[in-house]
Ligand binder design. Structure first.
Ligand code: ARG
Length: 575
């Protein structure tokens, strides 16, 4: 076949760590060794002892044999047996430098794409219309966006789905209220307030409650005036959501919003199919799916006694569409932990119905809560939920202080733009760097610390790298690599980290835990700081050494920038 000149097929740079690991595995006859960084060597591998035991061999002899085979690998400088069957492995400086140069020549920095890409649907953010977004929407929005970015980067076709709560009886109530007030709110705050008034009247005035119920019927029957009012609610709400997403730098667009109303016309068919398959049965007037096997059999109600459809059947219709028409092979749901049971039942039902065939995975990805400084669930002083906008404002204001202290000359607009990048980066990183399932405290002071495990620290490290590269460019320093030169320990440590970027990205895709990429980037920025302290770059005596160090700076900057981008965090060239 003719060799195409275009890089249609991306040839990844093989990670040295992966290559070494594969070699150890081969030398161990296919056993899976564990490769770790170590104090005494670039890598330490185990796996000799269990194999020796299993085969009845002398561990020392087997270790020596494996070490000899691993040592034959070009990239390995030496491999020594340590203690009872551990291997200490050092890679060659030349291999490290060649690896860095190959990564630098690749726009993907050597990170491979997934071998068989498919469609991944990420269901995230998903606020309810007619209400302001609040602190409870922060984590789903931020984590979901990071995962959407990571999967897209691995080569998946990512479909973002904002499953808006835009349908249901409460909107009949709200529309009735707006009609009676002769009001058409223009913004979300007014809508939110009208909603509260409607709720209060619904609870206090039986006549109003009755009219609200009739309004629901009119809405479902497609009454034009009622529908037009409903569209108005959606529009005002969407404008608010998109404003928040724009500030946060979240990818969700209006076209990603496929709310509950979208599935409404499919619900009778979904129920009919479940009933025909014997999966759903009538029970006390409602249509129910009872869990298979014994267990604590509370059923999943797909249609209520009054004929109304609920949240669960809407999710079933969505799965049917996503795995069917959209051809998704992976469905991810960023929804808080309280809905664990809902998703377990919905997934089980969808499997039984054949809407989730083998080979299609569905995962509920729960997350912990955002806590206030007092360590309790975040509330305003009067005990209400905190508006998301307020959290964004707090982080941005704190960031503006930091940015203007560093850059007193920045003008209003530039300052605001930079403060947004820094503030939103900090807020996202504080969320993402925590283990997904754990609660964390929302603390603007801490999340914007220049010295801790924060986005601000990463952004600062990145800006410093860019500044070195700028100066090098101005000075005409040659960034060419000279693979024959030896490396200092701080250079090797940094190079080994850069070699691990693909592994860190793969780990996030595998576990759906963005904090793994955060830890990686923090380790990278810290390794850069040590390198920077010990190894002069522009002042390096030897031009070859200077070139190699500039390569390290350049690749570090690009790796940090790309890694932060995968988390949805911006990396300004200057802080
Ligand atoms: N709107 C829902 C809520 O506020 C979240 C929707 C999550 N996504 C889903 N497909 N159920 O609780």
């Amino acid at each position: 076949a003719p060799l195409s000149a275009h890089a249609a097929v991306h040839v990844p740079v093989e990670s040295l760590a992966v290559a070494v690991e594969r070699r150890v595995a081969a030398a161990l006859g296919g056993a899976e060794p564990l490769l770790r960084g170590s104090e005494r060597a670039d890598f330490q591998a185990n796996g000799v002892l269990p194999l020796a035991k299993a085969r009845g061999l002398d561990p020392a002899a087997l270790a020596a044999e494996v070490a000899a085979r691993v040592g034959e690998l070009d990239a390995v400088a030496h491999c020594a047996v340590s203690g009872p069957g551990f291997l200490n492995i050092d890679v060659a400086d030349r291999a490290l430098l060649e690896n860095l140069a190959a990564r630098a020549a690749d726009p993907r920095l050597g990170v491979p794409t997934t071998p068989e890409p498919g469609v991944t649907v990420v269901d995230y953010s998903s606020p309810n219309i007619a209400k302001e977004m609040h602190v409870g929407h922060l984590r789903t929005t931020v984590i979901g966006d990071a995962l959407a970015r990571v999967f897209a980067f691995t080569g998946e076709t990512v479909v973002r789905r904002n499953h808006l709560g835009d349908w249901g009886t409460s909107f009949g109530m709200l529309i009735e209220q707006l009609f009676e007030e002769e009001d058409a709110p223009e913004d979300i705050a007014a809508l939110d307030a009208a909603y509260r008034r409607a709720r209060a009247r619904f609870d206090a005035e039986p006549e109003f409650a009755e009219r609200a119920r009739l309004r629901v019927v009119a809405l479902q029957a497609g009454d034009e005036r009622t529908l037009a009012a409903w569209r108005g609610l959606v529009e005002v709400s969407q404008r608010h959501f998109q404003e928040i997403y724009a500030q946060l730098g979240v990818l969700l667009e209006e076209t990603d919003a496929v709310g509950e109303s979208h599935y409404n016309p499919m619900l009778p068919q979904v129920c009919a199919e479940l009933e025909a398959a014997g999966i759903a049965v009538e029970s006390e007037g409602a249509l129910c799916v009872f869990p298979e096997g014994e267990g604590d059999g509370a059923p999943l109600i797909v249609r209520k006694g009054d004929g109304g459809y609920g949240y669960a059947v809407t999710d079933l219709a969505a799965i049917r569409l996503r795995a069917g028409e959209l051809g998704a092979r992976r469905l991810l749901y960023l929804v808080d932990a309280r809905q664990a049971r809902h998703f377990a039942q919905v997934f089980a039902t969808a499997r039984r119905a054949g809407w989730l065939p083998d080979g299609v995975t569905a995962r509920h990805l729960p997350f912990g809560m955002v806590l206030g400084l007092d360590g309790r669930p975040f509330k305003t002083r009067s005990g209400e939920t905190v508006a998301l906008q307020q959290l964004l404002d707090q982080a941005t204001a704190k960031a503006a202080e930091i940015v203007s202290a560093k850059n007193p000359e920045l003008s209003g607009e530039e300052l605001a733009a930079r403060a947004r990048q820094v503030g939103m980066g900090a807020l996202k990183y504080a969320d993402l760097s925590n283990n997904r399932i754990k609660d964390y405290v929302f603390d603007p002071d801490r999340m914007l610390s220049l010295t801790g495990d924060t986005a601000t620290y990463l952004q600062y490290a990145h800006a410093r790298m860019r500044s070195v590269l700028r100066k090098a460019g101005e000075a005409g320093a040659d960034p060419a690599v000279t693979p024959g030169l030896p490396l200092e320990p701080a250079e090797r440590a940094l190079a080994l980290l850069l070699d691990g970027f693909g592994t860190a990205v793969a780990a996030v895709a595998e576990t759906c835990e963005p904090h793994r990429l955060c830890s990686y980037l923090y380790a990278l920025a810290s390794a850069f700081a040590s390198f920077w302290e010990r190894c002069p770059v522009l002042k390096a005596e030897h031009a070859g050494v200077r070139g190699n160090r500039l390569l390290l700076c350049g690749l570090s900057a690009r790796t940090l920038e790309l890694g932060m981008d995968l988390l949805g965090i911006e990396a300004p060239a200057q802080l």
